[in-house]
Design a protein around this ligand. Structure first.
Ligand SMILES: [Zn+2]
Ligand SMILES: [Zn+2]
Length: 418
């Protein structure tokens, strides 16, 4: 690794087996859970026109101002690697004129130029759902429950769900004015960033990690104190729905989330085992976003979950010592054709099979089988071919026996442990 050009860029990861397989299993679990709630997969480009993200995440958000991987292509177009999944999904829904309501999920990498830390990468896996065209608070509750069900399915036991409401356009305006006034009175206690936020987006002050700011906003007016009756009723509906799903949650008055497009319900999943970077993901309602993209007035809600942190928080199951893989071993050159054919037959029966064509000696082939962590070897020699049998060796126990050729698939499957 002395040559820097040959190591991976800062903030990126390689996933080698079995970690790559663990990751894929988690993604599959998410697909399964989302599809069980009626969501269908949407696959959008990894990069979009930069304007898509500026417009949705908000010009003053940290994502847009500090974290985007933006570049000009050879034709001078302004493009950006997606920092999150929602804007591209919303753009695609409108561009493809999907019929509403529709429920979509996505799985894929996102990119943010931020300081790499444990569980936080510049290229990271994101899993998300978007329920478009549904306004009921019970949808919010179902979406929130789905996210927590995913973490539970990974065996994460210390995940807390926090919920809040930041109100609609109307009640947000009155809250913003009150908050602005409160912050102006305490301007000298705020960090430089937060002073700028007072005018631009005072709600963001709640996100600030600086100690003096946290102290200063301790008594600040919260969005929930200013909810209009309709927003109050919506939030009560969300909590009632969560209760019916049997989900334990904590109402956090300060949970505002760092994106401009949220309104009403916001939520976040927190894991106690992750330290400072404790968020597993979250989401909220974004009833105004489709309209801002030039689409119809459409209520919507979604979440985005961080795959990397979820896998960090989840217990790692001990890897099985053997894979569900059959290794076909040939004794002499004359049996290579039979080995090829048997491998094809096993594969057609749904059994992963591999042949080492390079090692001329049986010992070398067995070594390859061991390196591949195969569950068994099937040995074909002149005697076996003449008798119409195979020698089947269980590599976990070392036990070897003769098996009639027509039952080989069933015999091999019986040796697989998953
Ligand atoms: Zn309201
Ligand atoms: Zn601050």
């Amino acid at each position: 690794m002395s040559d820097l050009k040959q190591s991976r860029p800062k903030g990126t990861q390689d996933f080698v087996p079995p970690d790559s397989e663990r990751r894929r299993r988690a993604e599959d679990r998410f697909r399964h859970l989302a599809e069980a709630c009626g969501y269908r997969e949407i696959i959008t480009p990894t990069f979009e026109h930069t304007a898509v993200f500026v417009k949705s995440s908000g010009e003053t958000s940290d994502i847009v101002t500090k974290e985007m991987y933006s570049f000009k292509d050879r034709a001078e177009r302004d493009l950006t690697l997606r920092p999150e999944g929602t804007p591209g999904a919303v753009r695609a829904v409108l561009e493809n004129r999907l019929r509403l309501p529709c429920r979509l999920y996505y799985v894929g990498p996102c990119f943010r130029y931020s300081r790499p830390q444990k569980g936080r990468y510049r290229e990271f896996g994101q899993l998300g759902v978007e329920a478009l065209g549904e306004a009921s608070p019970f949808v919010d509750a179902e979406v929130i429950f789905l996210g927590s069900a995913f973490f539970a399915s990974l065996g994460i036991r210390d995940c807390t769900t926090q919920v809040n409401s930041i109100g609609c356009r109307e009640c947000r305006t009155t809250h913003r004015d009150a908050l602005r006034k409160y912050l102006l009175d305490r301007k000298d206690q705020l960090c430089e960033d937060c002073r700028l936020r007072i005018d631009r987006n005072p709600l963001r002050v709640f996100d600030c990690k600086v100690e003096t700011c946290r102290h200063a906003v301790a008594g600040a007016p919260t969005p929930r104190q200013y909810l209009c009756p309709s927003c109050q009723a919506h939030f009560a509906g969300v909590l009632a729905g969560l209760d019916r799903h049997g989900l334990h949650y904590v109402v956090n008055d300060r949970l505002v989330r760092g994106l401009d497009y949220y309104n009403r319900t916001t939520f976040e999943y927190i894991s106690a085992s992750l330290g400072a970077q404790d968020s597993l993901g979250g989401g909220g309602r974004y009833d105004y976003l489709l309209e801002e993209f030039g689409g119809p007035d459409t209520p919507a809600i979604g979440f985005a979950l961080g795959l990397d942190r979820a896998l960090l928080a989840a217990p790692v199951a001990p890897a099985p010592p053997r894979r569900s893989l059959a290794f076909v071993v040939w004794l002499t050159e004359a049996e290579t054709g039979a080995a090829e054919k048997l491998a094809d037959r096993l594969r057609a029966d749904g059994i992963p099979a591999q042949v080492d064509y390079d090692s001329r000696k049986v010992k070398g082939q067995f070594r390859s089988a061991d390196a591949a962590q195969a569950a068994c070897c099937i040995v074909i020699g002149p005697d076996e071919l003449a008798k119409g049998v195979y020698s089947l060796k269980d590599l976990a126990t070392g036990e070897q026996r003769e098996v009639p050729s027509d039952t080989i698939s069933a015999e091999v499957r019986a040796l697989f442990r998953d």
